[in-house]
Design a protein around this ligand. Structure first.
Ligand SMILES: [Ca+2]
Length: 198
């Protein structure tokens, strides 16, 4: 059994390049001008081949079974949990199905359109498909196009910002009136003092 398991790992390692799909991150890199890599969709930035965590060589028996199950799932709508893919990679297979995904290898520019704008895995307000085009990680809320993140956060926290502005304005208004009151009191006191002198 152990020999068989080792054979499966070696087989996957030798075939790993076949299962890596650089067409997508290369397209993302081209349109975004960002140094994207396999981390867009994979657990490891260098892709599935290797012995590092998130790569095929590091998988235990259960994870290898998960990987084989994920790779034999070709229908869309099937929940896959491939240990070498991150949640965006798994989401792509869930949304499109493996068959459609493989078809897109020759025209990776259509991946974003096929994914649509519904999914936003990291809830940063920027859809996964847009992050693919921007060359940012769809699973990291800190990683996003700066202007889009700013607009998204502005919309998200608009009420809080508005409340803060109103509160500060009221405090400022109250403080100014307090100073005016002090000034008026000082003037009245000064006038009284002058009246008593005369
Ligand atoms: Ca996002």
């Amino acid at each position: 059994m152990k020999r068989f398991f080792t054979f499966i790992i070696v087989l996957f390692l030798t075939q790993a390049q076949v299962f890596a799909y650089p067409e997508f991150y290369e397209y993302s890199r081209k349109v975004s001008n960002r140094k994207t890599n396999c981390a867009l969709c994979h657990s490891h930035g260098d892709g599935p081949e290797g012995l590092e965590p998130g790569q095929i060589g590091s998988l235990n028996k259960d994870e290898m079974e998960k990987l084989m199950r994920a790779r034999s799932t070709f229908n869309l709508g099937s929940k896959v949990e491939s240990p070498i893919l991150n949640s965006f990679g798994n989401q792509i297979i869930f949304t499109l199905g493996k068959k459609k995904f493989l078809e897109l290898k020759t025209h990776p520019q259509d991946l974003a359109r096929e994914l649509g704008l519904k999914s936003d895995l990291d809830s940063d307000g920027i859809p996964d498909s847009v992050e693919y085009l921007d060359g940012t990680l769809a699973i990291s809320p800190e990683d996003g196009h700066p202007w889009k993140l700013f607009v998204s956060n502005l919309q998200k926290y608009f009420k809080h910002i508005l409340l803060a502005i109103v509160s500060v304005s009221l405090l400022l208004y109250g403080f100014i009136n307090f100073l005016k009151g002090l000034d008026l009191a000082a003037k009245v006191k000064g006038d009284n003092h002058e009246t008593k002198k005369h």
